[in-house]
Design a protein around this ligand. Structure first.
Ligand code: FAD
Length: 500
């Protein structure tokens, strides 16, 4: 049986859901197909005993009034249904450096950020202001980031744009400690020395400085809001059915087949899953050029992560609005956690809906190379060997010992611990190598590590974290870009700007 639909979206993570929501609002008939029984991908939450943990996403940006994602949520009319907490005042980030046994407090907002840095480095005012101006100059080139109507054939003018992030920071910041501190957000986006492009660093830095927000009561609530929106606008969400085959005819996708054997047909197909995975599902790969196939197959993935989710005992550990970062040394920001040596991680206490003085849970995210788990890559959840669990326990023990440097009585506050490794992330989302941010954006192969939304197949488009920028803001903006490829250039952006 073939069911005729207008747009089929493959994958129901943030990218698939937001694309579906925007297209539904514009009157298109959308069917979203997700392999898991619950949508959300990296935005899912799960229950363990009496606790709710979020799978991946914790820190979100661009949700302050007037910011790009806030405006898009307003456009969908979902702002009142979203439960978030904005960190508008006080400390937004704490950076602990074990080398000096010292914690840097970073205040919320652009001016708060500058004030905090000047407090610790009073002689560096020229450098901090030059660095902030350089960040703005880069992001000012990005129409999509600012929801500006994009001009066709506009080329990037800014010379810093294509520099490696570490060289870009060093160009403006001369104090060695301060220079490394400017890269603390590498922990969030797996920034790498000589590889990560300056524009990626600039986007994340500007977003963090403009203001951090967190979901209250779990990221799944946002997923439910998007799913309700899609359904109430005539869309269909099919859960628990993975796409297994993409059947082409000439230069078009004719239909797709799920692992349940069902066939779905539409005019346009949008894939939010890993492009290399999608490629393997094509019935006839020859519709893609050989160079495009080798491009997709050759691209490297960004780092993954090891997650320690902790249920805290009642009234034992204070709730903190800020995120915290641990660095062994100042330059740990630029080094991977390799061979079991943990030199950097991020932790926070996610808020519940009615948050009081004490935290309920604490989540620790440790960026980690896939190589650390590669020897178990053939195993599946629940069927891994004892040495894998021994390795996981060792990581937990190492990290808890480091946490005790900051909170000496930390272990006494723990009720229980649940962990996820890069293997867990891969198995849950289907993301190759459990990549935290999709493909590795590499300044040395700029063109080949940046995929366009359009593919060589005329009615197949891409979206999600592998295109442009990962994360809450990046994935949503890419959804907008994908929608405008279908609806017409600046179709939604122009409406947003008229409204504003
Ligand atoms: C540990 C970790 C921490 C992170 N922390 C943050 C953070 O604090 N802030 C932030 O902004 N970003 C964070 N990120 C990044 C962010 O979570 C991702 O960029 C984002 O969730 C990606 O969304 P997506 O829709 O592109 O992909 P995904 O969420 O991976 O969605 C893809 C969906 O496709 C489904 N799928 C896969 N194969 C198939 C198939 N064959 N058929 C049908 N469906 C399929 C998957 O099940 C999944 O639901 C983090 C990532 C990780 C791993």
């Amino acid at each position: 049986m073939c069911t005729k639909k207008e747009v089929i979206i493959i994958g129901g993570g943030l990218g698939g859901l937001f694309t579906a929501a925007l297209l539904s609002k514009e009157g298109m008939k959308v069917t979203l197909i997700e392999k898991n029984r619950t949508p959300g991908g990296g935005m899912q939450s799960y229950h363990r005993k009496n606790a709710v943990f979020d799978t991946d996403m914790h820190v979100i940006t661009s949700m302050f009034e007037g910011s790009s994602i806030y405006r898009l949520c307003n456009y969908l009319g979902i702002l009142n249904d979203i439960h978030i907490e904005n960190v508008a005042q006080g400390i937004s980030d704490k950076i602990y450096v074990a080398e000096d046994d010292f914690t840097y407090d970073i205040l919320a907002g652009r001016e708060g950020f500058i004030k905090s840095i000047l407090h610790y480095f009073p002689n560096e005012e020229h450098d901090i202001r030059a660095y902030i101006d350089a960040l703005d100059a880069i992001t000012n080139e990005m129409d999509l980031f600012l929801l500006r109507s994009s001009k066709q054939n506009a080329f990037v003018q800014n010379k810093d744009f294509f520099m490696p992030a570490d060289k870009f920071i060093a160009k403006y910041v001369h104090h060695p400690k301060m220079r490394n501190l400017m890269a603390y957000m590498n922990t969030l986006y797996a920034g790498e020395k000589d590889i990560t492009p300056a524009y990626l660093h600039a986007v994340i830095a500007v977003l963090l400085q403009k203001g951090i927000s967190r979901f209250k009561g779990g990221t799944f609530r946002f997923v439910e809001v998007l799913a309700d929106f899609i359904r109430s606008h005539g869309g269909t969400i099919i859960l628990g059915e993975g796409i297994s085959k993409v059947i082409t005819e000439g230069n078009n996708v004719k239909c797709i087949q799920t692992n349940a054997g069902r066939i779905y047909e539409a005019d346009t197909y949008v894939s939010s899953i890993h492009p290399a995975t999608l490629l393997n599902m094509l019935s006839d790969k020859s519709v893609m050029s050989k160079s495009y196939i080798s491009l997709l197959q050759g691209l490297k993935d960004s780092q993954s992560a090891f997650i320690i989710n902790i249920k805290l005992k009642e009234n034992k550990f204070s709730y903190h609005k800020h995120s915290s970062y641990y660095f062994e040394t100042y330059d740990s920001a630029w080094h991977s956690n390799r061979n079991g040596a943990i030199t950097k991680f991020m932790f926070l206490t996610p808020p519940v809906l009615t948050q009081g003085e004490y935290a309920h849970t604490l989540c620790i995210t440790i960026p980690m190379d896939w190589n650390e788990v590669a020897k178990w890559e053939g195993s599946t959840t629940g069927k891994r060997s004892k040495d894998y669990y021994d390795w996981k326990n060792k990581i937990v023990e190492t990290v808890l010992t480091k946490m005790e440097k900051i909170f000496p009585a930390f272990r006494e506050a723990i009720e229980f611990i649940d962990t996820a490794s890069p293997l867990t992330i891969r198995d849950f989302t289907g993301v190759r190598h459990g990549a935290m941010c999709g493909y590795k954006k590499d300044v040395n192969n700029f063109i080949t590590s940046h995929l366009p939304v359009r593919t060589r197949i005329s009615n197949l488009l891409l979206t999600g974290q592998n295109i442009n920028i990962h994360g809450f803001c990046g994935v949503i903006l890419t959804s907008l870009q994908t929608c405008e490829e279908i609806l017409g250039p600046n179709y939604i952006i122009d409406k947003l700007n008229v409204k504003a």
